[in-house]
Design a protein around this ligand. Structure first.
Ligand code: NI
Length: 138
């Protein structure tokens, strides 16, 4: 268990007022918790930039009626099976599917996997969300 350290921060008054309004809207009880989350976010970004093993999600929405798209998406996923932990598929309506692919691996491999998927014709939405293994966070 690490110990708690207090430190002072000097800020422009307007910047602090804006920050307080933001964290109030987000439901934070105090500045410390909001600042801890910002620091954790930065550490996750750093984890993703470092090229070490990362965890994330690729969320896509696509029209499964687009010719050969379902087949192509399946092929791409099989080509990257080592980077996949799990897949969730929802049929949104007669045309659209939502898929969430939980991914792991080196950040460049995962980014490349995500880029290949988002570049397919018929993929209407694609977002790679950076999560974390949690190892570097307290
Ligand atoms: Ni579907």
């Amino acid at each position: 268990m690490s110990s708690i350290v207090r430190f002072g921060v000097s800020l422009d008054k307007k910047l602090l007022d804006d920050f307080d309004k933001l964290i109030q809207r987000k439901g934070y009880k105090n500045r410390s918790e909001a600042i801890r989350d910002l620091i954790r976010e930065s550490l996750v970004e750093e984890e993703w930039e470092s090229g070490t093993e990362i965890i994330g999600c690729i969320t896509i929405v696509y029209d499964h009626h687009v010719r050969k798209l379902s087949e192509e998406l399946l092929k791409i996923q099989h080509d990257h099976y080592l980077n996949m932990l799990s897949t969730l598929h929802l049929h949104l309506d007669h045309h659209n599917c939502l898929e969430v692919i939980v991914v792991k691996g080196k950040s460049n491999e995962v980014k490349s996997f995500s880029d290949i998927i988002s570049g397919q014709r018929g993929v209407k939405f694609s977002k790679l969300t950076a999560a974390t293994t949690g190892r570097l966070l307290v």
